[in-house]
Structure formats: structure tokens, C-alpha cells
Design a protein around this ligand. Structure first.
Ligand code: ADP
Length: 227
């Protein structure tokens, strides 16, 4: 399996707190990786460093073999928009825009005309079980529907990697299950890798591998059997 994203010897300190203490991690093509661990163990920091949002103090992040940490802020933010997709705990959809325009937004940010971007965005609604909800505003969607719109928005640029930070944190157990299953399967079908922070073992079980983080270090590297 070829490596899409790698973090090598990642160190990140906040004052006297060492959030990441020398982390090595690799994600392969179409692979899904769950990052678990107690609160404060460094999960979000790891996700943010891998996604080029936070720069490491030491170590390197490689996207398809190329270091991204040396890029200036403009190039790094362009890379994040084009090559990465993001799903957060609370979808972070823009409340005043219909669902289809929320999904189209990353394409418009890349300069695609609105009509064309919305047309492309609409193609994602049926595969995500959102048929007929294109014109709804986020306030008119259930929590699970809103997260599926957020998944469509993450995938619309056809990213190399989707990063998800507690994507089911605001959902009930049954909806969580459905949303994470869809997130893992659609991401894989699109040929993207998935890096997902979650505190929920049932959610993590939908990923190919689980990484346990403790005190800024990886405490396991074992394969995980998908149930
Ligand atoms: P987790 O996601 O596992 O809860 P975090 O990565 O958020 O852990 O945090 C790891 C450690 O780094 C914690 O001790 C946290 O308080 C600290 N930390 C994270 N972000 C910051 C920040 N922006 N400023 C100061 N300390 C931070």
C-alpha cells in the first residue's frame, strides 16, 4: 500500500507542555486511521499538525513523499483547500447558505463559477442519502443530515486525505454509527485516506487501524480488525 501521508518524529510544545513527543505515523491510500486516547493526550494536535494547520517544532509531514512543513502560509493554505477535506464535530456549515451551496463552497473558493460548483455539489447528495435536501438550510437539517452535508463538502474537492475531528461527537449512538460508516466507505470509494479523532471505540472500529495516543506518544501500532 502506498503512503499518502506521513508524520515523522513530530514534536509540538506549548510552553512547558509537550503535546506531541516524537510521533511517527503513516496513512496509506484508501486507509482509514482512528486516533484515540484520553483528553489532553495530543490527538487534536496530531490531527492539526498532519493537516498543516499547526506547524511542528520538530519532525516533518510528508504528503505523497513531499514535505509540507517548509511551505509558506499561502501555499500551505492552498494545499489544505485542494488536497485535504475537513469534517468537524459540529459540521460548521454556513447557516445562511442552502446545503448545496455549503457543499459547493470549496469549489468556489478555488475559482469555479457558482453554477458549475453547485452542479458538481448536487452529485454528492444521492450517494450520501441526502436526495431532496439540496435547498435546505443547515437549521432545517437533522444532526446526522448536517454531518453528511459536511462529509460531501469535505469530499467535493476530491482530496487526498479527509481529516475528521470527533465527527460524531454531537450525534446519538445510532446516527453516529450510520454517519461514520458512510464517512469511511465514501472516503475509501473516492480513493482518499481518512484520519479521524474519536473518543468512541464503536466509531473507531469502522476504521482500518486505531492509533492510541498517550502523553503525546503513540502507545500502540497494532492492526485493528473491522467488525
Ligand atoms: P486531545 O485532543 O487529546 O484532547 P490536545 O492535542 O488538544 O489533546 O492537547 C494536548 C496538550 O496540549 C494538552 O495538554 C493541551 O492542554 C495542550 N494544548 C493544546 N493546544 C494548545 C494551545 N493552543 N495552547 C496551549 N496548550 C495547548
Amino acid at each position: 500500500m502506498s503512503t499518502v501521508l506521513a508524520g515523522l518524529g513530530l514534536v509540538k510544545k506549548y510552553g512547558s507542555t509537550t503535546a506531541l513527543d516524537g510521533v511517527d505515523v503513516e496513512v496509506g491510500e484508501r486507509e482509514s486511521l482512528a486516533v484515540m486516547g484520553p483528553s489532553g493526550s495530543g490527538k487534536s494536535t496530531l490531527l492539526h499538525v498532519l493537516a498543516g494547520i499547526v506547524r511542528p517544532d520538530d519532525g516533518s509531514v510528508l504528503l505523497r513523499g513531499k514535505a509540507i512543513d517548509g511551505l509558506n502560509e499561502n501555499r500551505l493554505s492552498a494545499l489544505r483547500r485542494k488536497r485535504f477535506g475537513f469534517v468537524f464535530q459540529f459540521g460548521q456549515l454556513l447557516p445562511e447558505l442552502p446545503a448545496e451551496e455549503n457543499v459547493a463552497l470549496p469549489l468556489m473558493l478555488e475559482g469555479m463559477p457558482r453554477g458549475q460548483a453547485v452542479q458538481q455539489a448536487r452529485r454528492w447528495f444521492a450517494p450520501l442519502g441526502l436526495d431532496g435536501l439540496e435547498a435546505r438550510r443547515p437549521g432545517q437539517l437533522s444532526g446526522g443530515q448536517a454531518q453528511r452535508v459536511a462529509i460531501a463538502r469535505a469530499l467535493v474537492v476530491r482530496p487526498d486525505v479527509v481529516f475528521a475531528d470527533e465527527p460524531t461527537g454531537a450525534l446519538d449512538q445510532r446516527t453516529s454509527e450510520k454517519v461514520v460508516r458512510l464517512l469511511a466507505s465514501v472516503t475509501r470509494e473516492q480513493g482518499a485516506a481518512l484520519v479521524m479523532v474519536t473518543h468512541d471505540a464503536d466509531v473507531a472500529a469502522h476504521c482500518d487501524r486505531v492509533l492510541q495516543v498517550r502523553d503525546g506518544r503513540i502507545s500502540n501500532h497494532s492492526p485493528f480488525t473491522v467488525s
